[in-house]
Design a binder for this molecule. Structure first.
Ligand code: DGL
Length: 268
């Protein structure tokens, strides 16, 4: 097997990034890990998210990946710098790509961010946006009910619409034209979020920009996969594999196999 790109998340959210990597880099192999047993990460203390992220990275390193993508905003917010320091391969997070996409999109200079409690509390987006474009006005809102909906595989229904409407009420601000989906699970709810926010608000999904960053780094390092070896993907989760597989196959529009990895001592 050619050297893969390792992608991690607390569950199925990182598949939104994996799908985009598959689309932009169809020759690359992916090893995906979803920590569905310990999902959600959002309400957990930063130290715990840091420890979980280190454990997942340690697990993934056995596959000798050429790059790690932390496809989880909550983990990116607390652990990106530390993981970068601890491994000798490139590590990509999802916050800066989302920030760049929002800056590119906004005309009114009013940007909203929705994410987990952990991400919003860390203010990682606010800081990254202010650093690059201090004139942009930022409003953040945690939406803790979204990740459990996505992880349970529920598709849109009346109850989901009501939850989304209620959760997004504080972010419906005059002049806001860009809303960063600051959690990789949220693109699963794109249609509902778009319906609630209305046509004047563009939803910013960092997956596309993250895949572009992955592509650029591999290109500059001369590490893009060769067309001679067909890509092979591997999907591992720590929770219920059937449910993960069902959600993943629907999202990726392809058949996959999912392995279960059980953490040695339970740390959830
Ligand atoms: N998908 C993750 C994120 O982007 C984690 C969500 C969670 O587990 O709470 O933040």
């Amino acid at each position: 097997m050619q050297q893969a790109i390792a992608i991690l998340d607390s569950g199925v959210g990182g598949l939104t990034v994996a799908r985009e990597v598959m689309r932009q880099l169809p020759q690359e192999s992916i090893i995906y890990f979803g920590d569905s047993e310990r999902s959600p990460f959002g309400p957990r203390p930063a130290e715990e998210v840091m420890r979980f992220t280190k454990e997942i990275v340690h697990y993934l390193l056995q596959f000798k990946p050429k790059m790690i993508v932390i496809a989880c905003n909550t983990a990116t917010a607390v652990a990106l710098d530390e993981i970068r320091r601890s491994v000798d391969i490139p590590v990509v997070g999802v916050i800066h790509p989302g920030v760049r996409a929002a800056i590119k999109n906004t005309k009114t200079k009013r940007v909203g961010i929705i994410g987990t409690e952990g991400t919003v509390k860390s203010q990682a987006y606010d800081k990254a946006l202010k650093e690059i474009a201090p004139h942009i006005q930022v409003t953040s809102q945690a939406c803790p009910k979204f990740v459990p909906i996505v992880e349970s595989g529920i598709e849109e229904n009346e109850e989901v619409i009501e939850i989304v409407r209620e959760s997004l009420r504080p972010i419906q601000i005059d002049g806001l034209d860009s809303l960063i989906l600051g959690c990789t699970h949220y693109p699963f709810l794109t249609e509902t979020i778009a319906k609630v926010m209305g046509p004047n608000v563009e939803l910013i999904n960092s997956a596309e920009e993250t895949a572009r960053e992955v592509s650029a780094i591999l290109y500059h390092r001369g590490e893009l996969a060769k067309a001679t070896t067909p890509p092979q993907h591997k999907f591992v989760c720590s929770g219920e594999p059937q449910l993960f597989q069902q959600i993943a196959e629907r999202w990726l529009a392809r058949k996959i196999e999912v392995e279960r990895m059980i953490w040695e001592k339970t740390t959830s």
